[in-house]
Design a binder for this molecule. Structure first.
Ligand code: 3HC
Length: 310
């Protein structure tokens, strides 16, 4: 019986069709999806912190409104993704507990500080730009709920990326001090953004299996290269330089060659030794504690009126 179920699973994946929650799936397929979707969701909600730092400091009402909308979107992305993880039997409480106790990760990128207003632009352009490059292929992931969540997320990420680009363009064309602030932010966010795509392919423990299951459609290095190729002309249009003297067009490869990434820094950040790891996780734990009364009230209301109750 299980052999027939495994054959059906393999045939569905091979045909580029979707595995749905009620379908049989290998336990390892389920657990790697819970791992990836949970950490994706954790990244979204932790990612609210660096930008939220600037909501009360935005230079205009327009910029404040855009930034509030973006941070609210990130919370919503977390919601879609925790809901996708629940279809695999992983409860939100259990996943948040793993985040709070360091048993699950969130993206390294959010362990860097947002020192100036220009960082909001660099995050939109580079971090959300990298997220789009990584998330568009995930719209074709073999697991239905994850792929469908990504379609909506990608639409909203495009707005995030455009507003960041436009913010940097405004600063770059502003006073010398504003241009310098934009350049400083790009200098600080460029290399950590390349690390978002994960370790080099030959050090990626999950890639081979994730690609066989069509969860990951392109390798870490492939998507990183795609992102670099997109950013170089955009940086030129912004009038800003990318902080990599080895960046050069390689006609033979049809891609930009770029300098080596500091994987020691990457490993240190993953170990918890980044600039803001402690601050981010403490803030997250405190937000969870402060929200306990809301969860209790919602649960009491649901119990009193039954699930169907409004
Ligand atoms: N930060 C933290 N951990 C990372 C990482 C990063 N940038 N890159 C890789 N890792 C971890 C992996 O999670 C894995 O550890 P684990 O076994 O404890 O989970 C280990 O390093 C080995 O990496 P692999 O390449 O083998 O792991 P994956 O096959 O899972 O690939 C990934 C890593 C490309 C990040 C993949 O998990 C993925 O595509 N995830 C979905 C996208 C995502 O999580 N994006 C977060 C970016 S922020 C964001 O989207 C918010 C937006 O609003 C800006």
């Amino acid at each position: 019986e299980e052999a027939a179920q495994e054959a059906a699973f393999d045939a569905t994946v091979a045909a580029d069709e979707r595995i749905e929650p009620r379908d049989w799936m290998p336990e390892a397929y389920r657990s790697t999806l819970v791992r990836q979707i949970a950490q994706h969701a954790h990244s979204e909600i932790i990612g609210m912190q660096p930008e939220a730092n600037w909501i009360t400091r935005a230079p205009s009402l327009r910029r404040k409104a855009i930034l509030m909308a973006k941070v609210q979107d990130e919370a919503g992305h977390g919601l879609y993704l925790y809901s996708a993880a629940e279809t695999l039997g992983a409860s939100r409480d259990e996943l948040l507990d793993k985040l709070h106790t360091g048993r699950q990760k969130y993206s390294s990128i959010f362990n860097y500080p947002t020192l100036t207003w220009a960082d909001v632009g660099a995050i939109g352009w580079l971090v959300d730009g990298a997220a789009i490059t990584n998330q568009v292929p995930l719209c074709r992931c073999s697991y239905g709920p994850y792929a469908r969540a990504m379609v909506r997320v990608c639409k909203e990420e495009s707005f995030h990326q455009r507003q960041g680009y436009e913010l940097l363009l405004t600063l770059s064309r502003g006073t010398d001090a504003q241009h310098a602030m934009a350049q400083d932010a790009v200098d600080r966010w460029w290399w950590p953004s390349l690390m978002m795509f994960g370790p080099p392919d030959d050090e990626s423990s999950h890639s081979a299996q994730s690609m066989a299951w069509k969860i990951k459609r392109h390798s870490n290095d492939e998507l990183r290269q795609r992102f670099v190729d997109i950013c170089v002309p955009q940086a030129e249009a912004l009038g800003l330089t990318l902080p990599d003297p080895d960046l050069v067009w390689n006609e033979d490869r049809g891609h930009y060659d770029f300098g080596s990434i500091d994987w020691t820094e990457f490993r240190e950040v993953l170990k918890g030794n980044g600039p803001c790891n402690e601050q981010r996780i403490n803030r997250r734990r405190r937000a969870h504690e402060e929200g306990a009364w809301v969860r209790e009230a919602a649960a009491a209301h649901a119990a009193k009126h039954g699930k169907a109750g409004r």
